[in-house]
Design a protein around this ligand. Structure first.
Ligand SMILES: Cc1cc2nc3c(=O)[nH]c(=O)nc-3n(C[C@H](O)[C@H](O)[C@H](O)COP(=O)(O)O)c2cc1C
Length: 209
């Protein structure tokens, strides 16, 4: 593995529980792949381009099987730069808290930028074909509550199913989730225990990444 893209979707820096678990993953990962570059994109701190009407129009041009005109290409420059950066990686780490049962809006904005026809997926007679092949992904999340399989709130987890669906669409199907939960609902002791458990799982995940 030559390069992984670490997409950070929490603005909380050193206070972030998600990033504590991600650090455990990265420390172990760096031991296994000392040569591997880690490109960090903090979508919560960097301002991402907003989708303009022209950019959206370009998406429909591509969906219609046509090429972008020179003018549309110009408007698409920021999208192409982000797609290029995404495709340069051979693996992905996403660090994302749960926000309102789903993902933080800057991560959704990033997904809306990069998931584009012709670049990340295409339509064929057999259906949608993802164009991002042979890449692994690890998603590290933390949540205030508990949405595990056994929890009565499991059905409210729109974060994991959404990320599996959207990255599956573009061809990334080998996705491991490490969810630290509950972080807020059960007090400090439970939080500490669950972070430690998530760190252990993150290290094991790094060993087989
Ligand atoms: C805007 C916002 C929305 C949140 N929504 C949820 C939620 O729907 N469910 C939940 O369990 N926790 C929710 N939380 C709590 C966070 O998921 C939790 O505190 C998490 O550990 C924060 O991660 P971080 O420390 O990496 O930023 C929310 C927090 C914020 C700031």
């Amino acid at each position: 593995m030559k390069k992984i893209l670490h997409i950070v979707a929490t603005p909380r820096g050193d206070d972030s529980r998600t990033l504590k678990v991600s650090q455990a993953f990265l420390e172990r990962f760096k031991r296994k792949y000392p040569e591997c570059a880690i490109d960090e994109l903090n979508v919560a701190a960097e301002s991402l381009p907003s989708l303009s009407v022209k950019m959206i129009y370009g998406k429909y041009v591509l969906l219609g099987g046509k090429e972008l005109t020179e003018k549309l290409k110009e408007a698409w420059n920021p999208i192409e730069r982000h797609i290029e950066r995404f495709l340069l990686a051979d693996g992905y780490l996403i660090s994302s808290p749960m926000w309102n049962f789903g993902i933080p809006y800057p991560l959704k904005q990033y997904i809306d930028l990069i998931v584009q026809p012709k670049y990340l997926f295409r339509y064929t007679e057999k259906g949608v074909e993802g164009l991002v092949k042979n890449r692994k992904m690890v998603v590290i999340t933390s949540r205030g509550g508990d949405y595990s399989q056994e929890s009565p709130f499991h059905a409210y987890d729109f974060q994991e199913p959404y990320l599996r669906a959207i990255f599956g669409l573009v061809g990334i199907t080998d996705i491991t989730f490490v969810n630290a939960q509950p972080m807020d609902a059960m007090g400090q002791q439970v939080q500490d225990k669950k972070i430690e458990a998530a760190k252990e799982l993150a290290k094991k995940t790094a060993d087989v990444f």
